[in-house]
Design a protein around this ligand. Structure first.
Ligand code: HEM
Ligand SMILES: *[C@@H]1O[C@H](CO)[C@@H](O)[C@H](O)[C@H]1NC(C)=O
Ligand SMILES: *[C@@H]1O[C@H](CO)[C@@H](O)[C@H](O)[C@H]1NC(C)=O
Ligand SMILES: *[C@@H]1O[C@H](CO)[C@@H](O)[C@H](O)[C@H]1NC(C)=O
Ligand SMILES: *[C@@H]1O[C@H](CO)[C@@H](O)[C@H](O)[C@H]1NC(C)=O
Ligand SMILES: *[C@@H]1O[C@H](CO)[C@@H](O)[C@H](O)[C@H]1NC(C)=O
Length: 486
């Protein structure tokens, strides 16, 4: 009797032990040992080509693994089933403050930052996530883009060159369509062209700043970039409230300037630069890829052209008689262009590679969809990376192919595995504006221009160091020819 209960008890213990051991095994998240060097960890393959590195890790370690960059460990979560759990957990936060200080030299005051941050997010919801409040920004954007095209067309006409093809490359073309019209629509009359070169130079080097290296490295190796940043910062003080600025920018500036105890004028300048960077740095390459994929797809063009003609009233580039029609480019009419929107979504699926980074405030456990538990300590980092799901054939059949109407039937706000703009509380507040701007550019190109691509097939490679920022610009120029319709 005694013996049998003893045997039974030991059996139970052994079973429990095995069970726990087994459970412990499946609950562990692998630390990547592949290409792990002493001290630097995975920094080198990560900096060299992070998408390739993460895809290799995905093949070896599955949907969740931890990599080491110097002293920082980052756990990557690749399965879309886990994204919402991570993005909604309130113990995890976007380290905006650290990025702000390092990249744009904004405020150091942590207390002030948190209070203002909450208020600024209210403004995002009020002005940028609200389609009615976006309407005036959209109209300004159309007016300014129209003006830019009209001036170019006039100049060509006056020199009797209207019928000649103009040669350029698609990234320059995309930059020009957005840079001035979008800056004017948001920030008002700030003379965007006077800061264009500085903006471009700083943007080209931003990944070094995003890497959050020690400060002395910047003052030592990045003198020129610090000077450009200084000039950008200063450009915001010539006039605090420029004419025709959007309500969003106006009220946001007042909020920051009303709290000099938290935000000095200098920090305000940095924050304005950051906002301008956020509003252009991903939209410009996004427009580039949209134009590349959509304008070369004859089948897509036919349907999209019809849709544009049906919903968006046409105005002339010759005179101002029809200018009042610009105000009829409403968010509602733009929303009706679902084929165009699907083609934009499809492009974003192919090219958006954001690394959605969160840091852990308090130790927390995250239960993954497969039952494993991810233990996070305070200051650990976690990153969602959507580029792999975007090309997953189980989620998107024929994943490498551009299928312009792929998203048409999927009108839900969230399509599983599709995350071009991040997720949760910090999801990109500019996502509606970005889609509208791209729609408008494509509509105006189709309406007023003729164009020729030299090469109808090649897809350029992406700038590797921009993978993870949002949307990477291309490595190679794509030459195009265009002229205005007469
Ligand atoms: C296609 C174009 C764009 C892409 C792909 C894009 C992508 C992103 C991503 C991935 C994030 C981080 C989200 C996260 O961590 O969860 C972000 C944040 C942000 N974006 Fe965009 N963005 C675009 C256009 C814009 C535009 C036009 C604006 C300006 C109106 C804008 C303003 C911002 C701001 C202010 C944040 C920070 C949000 C926060 O602090 O919570 N973005 N964007
Ligand atoms: C500007 O400052 C506010 C308040 O501290 C902050 O929430 C926001 O993230 C900053 N904006 C940018 C674009 O860095
Ligand atoms: C047309 O443009 C070319 C440059 O592209 C210029 O050299 C030429 O003078 C222009 N033609 C006229 C008639 O102005
Ligand atoms: C930003 O501009 C202000 C005002 O002109 C200036 O005092 C400050 O030193 C500048 N800071 C940086 C980092 O550019
Ligand atoms: C974070 O997630 C874990 C498990 O998934 C949960 O126990 C915890 O309550 C969450 N934390 C918050 C603050 O939501
Ligand atoms: C495009 O994607 C967004 C975000 O997933 C979604 O809300 C929207 O309905 C999509 N539009 C179309 C036409 O597929």
């Amino acid at each position: 009797m005694l013996l049998s209960s003893f045997i039974l008890a030991s059996l139970v213990l052994v079973l429990l032990y095995l069970l726990l051991l087994h459970k412990d095994n499946i609950s562990s998240i692998p630390l990547v040992s592949y290409r792990n060097l002493p001290v630097v960890g995975h920094l080198i393959p990560f900096l060299r080509d992070r998408r390739k590195f993460l895809m290799e890790c995905h093949q070896r370690y599955g949907q969740c693994f931890t990599v080491k960059l110097l002293t920082q460990r980052i756990t990557f979560v690749l399965s879309p089933f886990d994204w919402a759990t991570v993005a909604r957990n309130s113990s995890l936060y976007l380290p905006e403050h650290e990025f702000g200080i390092k990249v744009f030299d904004t405020g150091n005051s942590v207390i002030g930052f948190q209070q203002l941050n909450i208020e600024v997010h209210r403004y995002y919801t009020r002005y940028l996530k609200n389609r009615d409040r976006l309407q005036p920004i959209i109209v300004e954007f159309v007016l300014n883009l129209r003006k830019l095209m009209m001036h170019e067309r006039m100049a060509l006409k006056n020199s009797k060159n209207l019928s000649e093809w103009i040669s350029t490359d698609l990234i320059t073309f995309s930059h020009r369509m957005l840079f001035e019209p979008s800056s004017l629509a948001l920030f008002g009359e700030i003379n965007p062209l006077s800061i264009e070169n500085d903006f471009r130079l700083f943007d080209q080097k931003i990944h070094y700043f995003n890497a959050l290296l020690p400060s002395w490295i910047y003052s030592f190796f990045f003198r020129r970039e610090l000077q450009t940043r200084f000039r950008l910062n200063n450009s915001w003080f010539s006039k605090i409230h420029p004419l025709h600025e959007s309500d969003f920018i106006k009220h946001r500036a007042d909020l920051l300037l009303d709290h000099p105890e938290w935000y000095s004028a200098q920090e305000f300048g940095g924050n304005q630069t950051a906002m301008m960077w956020a509003s252009l740095a991903n939209s410009t390459p996004a427009l580039f890829w949209c134009l590349l994929y959509i304008l070369r797809d004859t089948k897509a063009l036919e349907s999209i052209q019809q849709e544009i003609d049906m919903y968006l009233p046409s105005f002339s580039l010759d005179d101002d008689l029809s200018i009042s029609l610009v105000s009829e480019w409403t968010t509602a009419r733009l929303n009706s262009c679902v084929l165009l929107e699907s083609a934009i979504n499809e492009t974003l699926r192919l090219v958006a590679t954001p690394m959605v980074l969160r840091k852990c405030l308090h130790a927390t456990d995250i239960t993954l969809n497969d039952g494993r538990i991810l233990h996070l300590k305070s200051n650990d980092a976690i990153a969602l990376f959507s580029a792999i799901a975007h090309r997953d054939g189980n989620l998107f059949p024929d994943p490498d192919k551009f299928i312009f109407d792929r998203f048409v039937q999927k009108n839900a706000d969230t399509v599983l595995g599709f995350m071009p703009f991040g997720m949760g509380k910090n999801i990109c507040p500019g996502r509606y504006l970005a889609r509208y701007e791209i729609k408008i550019c494509i509509a105006l190109v189709l309406r007023h221009m003729e164009y020729k691509f030299i090469d109808m097939k090649t897809i350029p490679t992406e700038q590797k160091h921009r993978i993870g920022v949002g949307i990477a610009p291309p490595n190679e120029n794509v030459p195009i020819w265009y002229r205005y319709k007469s």
